[in-house]
Each structure stands twice: as C-alpha cells, then as structure tokens.
Design a protein around this ligand. Structure first.
Ligand code: PRP
Length: 225
C-alpha cells in the first residue's frame, strides 16, 4: 500500500505506558499539541498548521500501520519489531521504554528448577515467534500458548508452567509470586518509518527524525550530567 498521499505526515503513537515519554519528546521538539491525547478518547488528531496527523493505537498494531503506509511514521517497542519482523525503516532508538523480555516461573517451581534440564515445557506468551526461536536455539521442546495480556496469571491457574513476558520494574512478577529465570532480549522504544514515505516525503520525514534525534541526545546528555 502507498503511504498517505499528500503533504500530511501521519504518525502512529502507542496507548499505554510509552505515551508519557512520547508526549515529552514531542513537546521537546515543539509539538505540545500532542498532549491533547492524554485526556481524550479521540483516536485521530489533525494538526493542520503543521500538517501532521496523529493516530493512537494499541502498541502491537503500530508496525502494521507503518509497514502498510496507513501511518508514515510510528513509535514501537523493539520487542514488537523483533517479534513481527515488519519491513519498516528503523532510524532511531528513542532510549525510553526500557524493558526486558524474560522467562519467568512461580517462585515455588524456581526452588527446584534447573533451566539446563528443561524439556517439554508449556509456556504462555504474547511473543510466540521470539519464544519459538529462543527454545529452538536451545534445542528445547516447548508448547507455546499465545495470550494477549495479563500473562502473569497463566502459571497461577495452571494454563502454563512458565511465561515469556516483558519486565520493566519487576512489580507485576513480584505481586504474582513469579521470578525471572532467563533474559531473552532487551528492548527500548524505536522510531519507525514507512519505506515508501522515506522516499516520497524525504525532506519532512528526515526533518522530524533529526529533530527527535537531537532531542534524544539532549535528554541523554541531561540525564548524565
Ligand atoms: C506489561 C508486561 C507485564 C508488565 C511488566 O504488561 O506484559 O505484565 O507490563 O511491567 P512491570 O515489570 O513494571 O511490572 P502491560 O502493563 O502492558 O499489560 P498487559 O498485561 O495487559 O499486557
């Protein structure tokens, strides 16, 4: 599919915990308008003066919108990009939204568990492709049960013995009596761009990428000081 066919740049933003740092990022590059999303149920917002269109989506859907050109750009977690392997350009690590994809299991099981002797596992996850790849690399047979949220519940009710899920603060694992066993991959938020938009809207896309890059650098330098 061709990207949006005019001078407007459509940017797909994820609902949820990444939205706060994203609003700060856009405020930092001079687009405080994006803030209206935080207290609205609207899913699309046009900034006619700047010729921008913002779309608010579930995080896992952003790579699809960008790959198919329904959005020119978007912000997605590296976890989703690795899971979905969409054909998008990824020009910038935004360095926020840091989290890790891990294998976790109940603390009770962990006491007598040895990952080196794993076989015939039942594992619940939102990341079936990464889970399959991880176990196949290790030569471990695993039944992968695909879920879409509240992963930590699965071992508590016997749906699976283990989960593969994102950990940010570790609070959700802790409150559900689970412990981390192995880390699979680290993730941060990434800026992604539709490959056709990069060519047809090169100047505008590149301008936005460079503004965001400068903002990320300034923020990182500020955090170090
Ligand atoms: C994510 C993730 C964990 C939790 C980890 O879920 O799947 O459940 O956050 O965060 P923590 O380490 O800071 O506790 P999310 O909040 O996106 O909701 P979901 O369970 O509906 O996917």
């Amino acid at each position: 599919m061709e990207p949006t066919n005019n001078d407007v740049i459509a940017i797909a933003l994820p609902k949820g915990r990444l939205l706060t740092p994203i609003l700060e990022l856009f405020e930092g590059i001079g687009f405080p308008c994006v803030k209206v999303f935080s207290d609205s149920r609207r899913l699309i917002y046009e900034d006619r003066d700047r010729q921008l269109r913002f779309l608010i989506l579930r995080p896992a859907d952003i790579p699809t919108y960008v790959e198919r050109g329904a959005a020119d750009m978007g912000i997605a977690g590296k976890d989703q990009l690795l899971e979905q392997r969409r054909d998008v350009y990824e020009p910038l690590d935004l360095r926020f939204g840091a989290c890790r994809l891990v294998v976790a299991e109940p603390a009770e099981l962990h006491k007598q568990d040895d990952p080196h002797s794993w076989s015939n596992l039942r594992v619940a996850t939102k990341y079936p492709n990464l889970a399959e790849a991880y176990f196949s690399r290790k030569g471990i047979q695993a039944e992968i049960i695909k879920l879409t949220g509240s992963l930590e519940l699965a071992p508590l009710v016997g749906l699976a013995e283990r989960i593969i899920d994102l950990v940010e603060t570790g609070q959700t694992l802790k409150e559900n009596g689970l412990v981390e066993v192995e880390e699979i991959v680290k993730s941060t938020a990434r800026l992604i761009v539709n490959r056709a938009s990069l060519k047809t809207k090169y100047r505008r896309v590149q301008d936005l990428v460079e503004k965001m890059r400068a903002q990320v650098e300034a923020h990182t330098a500020g955090a170090r000081a």
